[in-house]
Design a protein around this ligand. Structure first.
Ligand SMILES: Cc1cc2nc3c(=O)[nH]c(=O)nc-3n(C[C@H](O)[C@H](O)[C@H](O)COP(=O)(O)OP(=O)(O)OC[C@H]3O[C@@H](n4cnc5c(N)ncnc54)[C@H](O)[C@@H]3O)c2cc1C
Length: 386
């Protein structure tokens, strides 16, 4: 552990212990209660592609309880009432959660095509670092319900013609009196079927936008009430291997937003977008490390137990190589993610957001998680598919 990690040791350990107890008492029993529905996506999703009401309510309830217990907003900025745990702590906490519980728990983390967790708010559904720039009106009108886990958000940057290339946005906002009027379609938006507010990025200044300057981008970030006229969130995407997902469209036609509901400065919205995306990428890297560890732990256990041709699988060098490759990759991904988190935590001193390292850690952790899970499936033989 580095000095920073050493200083955070008690906070990290206390949070992991507390969160695990919370999961055992608040999430696991709910999973057991609804097991029949959770294991059958034909029962899990309604005809509209949304979760059936009882599962949705159960997730909402866990979120509110997690907020009360202090976990939902533990990474949110202190300026809006969060704990603002450092990025290094976030890596350890998220990793520990996914290492212990693994995949397939809709009441805990990623599962059934859902990217959101009811336990911990992130930039795609809750009070995130983007809200450090919140106006007084946003803090008064919107933040309290987000912090309490009563309402959720979604993050709307991507469009049909603009994904990697955010310099091709078609969504526009124009000022009419003291309001903004937004028109455009956001696509692939996580949590859009459930979000009460969409954080939407729209072009507000064509001249600045044409210059491709990230700091003065001509893009503005708005908080849009998804229940107001002109907003349609009814298109939900089924994703590979699943009946539905929590990703969909946010279609806006002449949607009005008060000027106080601009998040950050007008024409400087790309900074907020990058802050959200960076937070999300680090979270994904951490969860992928945890998932890979979960898969490796199970592989080691199974290799010791499973006998073929009179000896445990673990005795065979071909299996040992697979386990070793997985351990090597996890080690690299974990320490790349932790070092990246330290660079983020050093921002007040250095003034540098480590965008490059965040992208490397996320990309690498996802890649190795896939490789480790693939080896885990091989080691488990036919059982690997069950
Ligand atoms: C499950 C899921 C959840 C998502 N959630 C959200 C969300 O909450 N909010 C949100 O705003 N967006 C979300 N997205 C959208 C995501 O951010 C985009 O899919 C991503 O930015 C890529 O954009 P695209 O799909 O348009 O692909 P494209 O940009 O069209 O890219 C297609 C392929 O070309 C490659 N490529 C692109 N440009 C180049 C280049 N210059 N040189 C070489 N190769 C290139 C890409 O790497 C990719 O492989 C989500 C997507 C998924 C799959």
């Amino acid at each position: 552990m580095t000095q920073l990690q050493e200083e955070l040791r008690d906070i990290i350990k206390g949070t992991i212990d507390g969160l695990t107890s919370f999961v055992e008492s608040e999430c696991v029993p709910v999973e057991q209660k609804y097991r029949e529905i959770l294991e059958n996506e034909a029962k899990l999703f309604g005809e509209d592609g949304r979760l059936v009401p009882e599962i949705r309510e159960a997730r909402d309830e866990i979120r509110k309880r997690s907020a009360k217990a202090g976990y939902w907003s533990m990474f949110a900025p202190q300026s809006i009432g969060g704990d603002e745990l450092p990025a290094v702590a976030a890596v350890y906490i998220i990793e520990a959660l996914y290492r212990k519980y693994g995949a397939g728990h809709l009441m805990i983390g990623f599962s059934n095509g859902f990217l959101t967790s009811p336990l911990m708010g992130s930039f795609v559904d809750g009070p995130s670092h983007m809200f450090a720039q919140a106006s007084e009106a946003i803090k008064t009108d919107i933040v309290p319900s987000l912090m309490a886990g009563e309402k959720t958000t979604c993050f709307g940057a991507t469009e049909p013609d603009a994904g990697s290339d955010l310099w091709n946005l078609k969504c526009k906002a124009r000022k009419v009196g003291d309001e903004w009027v937004i028109n455009g379609t956001k696509q692939w938006i996580t949590n859009s079927p459930y979000a009460d507010y969409a954080i939407v990025f729209a072009v507000t200044n064509d001249e600045k936008y044409a210059k491709h300057n990230i700091f003065e981008s001509g893009i503005t970030c708005f908080i849009v009430d998804t229940k107001q006229p002109g907003v349609d969130t009814n298109t939900i995407f089924p994703i590979m291997g699943h009946v539905s997902s929590d990703c969909g469209n946010v279609i806006m036609e002449d949607v009005k937003v008060k000027e106080e509901y601009v998040l950050g400065n007008v024409d400087q919205g790309l900074i907020a977008a990058m802050s959200g995306i960076s937070e999300g990428r680090l979270g994904i890297a951490s969860s992928m490390v945890g998932l890979a560890e979960w898969a490796l732990d199970m592989s080691i256990q199974y290799a010791k137990e499973r006998q073929t041709f009179g000896r445990p699988l673990a005795d065979r060098q071909a299996i040992q190589w697979m386990l070793a490759d997985s351990a090597i990759e996890i080690f690299h991904a974990k320490y790349a993610t932790l070092r990246t988190a330290e660079l983020i935590d050093e921002y007040p001193k250095t003034g540098r957001v480590p965008i490059k390292e965040i992208s490397i850690a996320k990309c690498y952790a996802v890649d190795i998680c896939q490789a480790v899970c693939d080896r885990a499936i091989q080691i488990h033989g036919g059982m690997g598919l069950s």
